[in-house]
Write a protein that binds this ligand. Structure first.
Ligand code: NI
Length: 139
């Protein structure tokens, strides 16, 4: 861990009260750790603007198992992005529905293109794309 610096700052009482309730609700016993994680989350959220760095992305798809050729199309798209796709987990939700969670790493715009390509396929009922940091620059 890097060397720690001690900060002091002022905050309105109602805001501190809300912060404390949020900390307890999130299960943090240590206020400093809670604040550090809030700062990290803020920085991560904004790091997508830095198109130089890689990000880690998860793409979650829910799709109709009976849609003709859909499974093959989803797999082909992932093969086209074999340099980005790290792992795929497939779960058969019920007789008719599948979910797939795809873990990928690469440039934000490349991952976004992959996510858009996958979830725009006919028969995909729902698609979620989230990006997170590779951790570089967060320590
Ligand atoms: Ni399935």
């Amino acid at each position: 861990m890097s060397e720690l610096e001690r900060l002091s700052f002022t905050i309105e009482a109602p805001l501190l009260d809300r912060l404390e309730r949020a900390r307890v609700a999130a299960g943090y016993e240590n206020r400093s750790e809670f604040l550090r994680d809030l700062i990290r989350a803020h920085l991560v959220e904004r790091s997508w603007d830095d198109e130089q760095g890689d990000v880690v992305g998860t793409i979650t798809l829910v799709y109709d198992h009976h849609k003709r050729q859909l499974g093959e199309r989803l797999t082909s798209l992932q093969h086209e992005h074999h340099e980005e796709v790290l792992a795929t987990t497939h779960v058969h939700l019920d007789q008719h529905t599948c979910t797939e969670v795809i873990l990928a790493r690469g440039k934000p715009e490349v991952l976004r293109r992959l996510a858009d390509g996958l979830r725009s396929q006919k028969g995909v009922l729902h698609g979620e794309f989230t990006m997170t940091s590779t951790g570089q620059g967060l320590r």
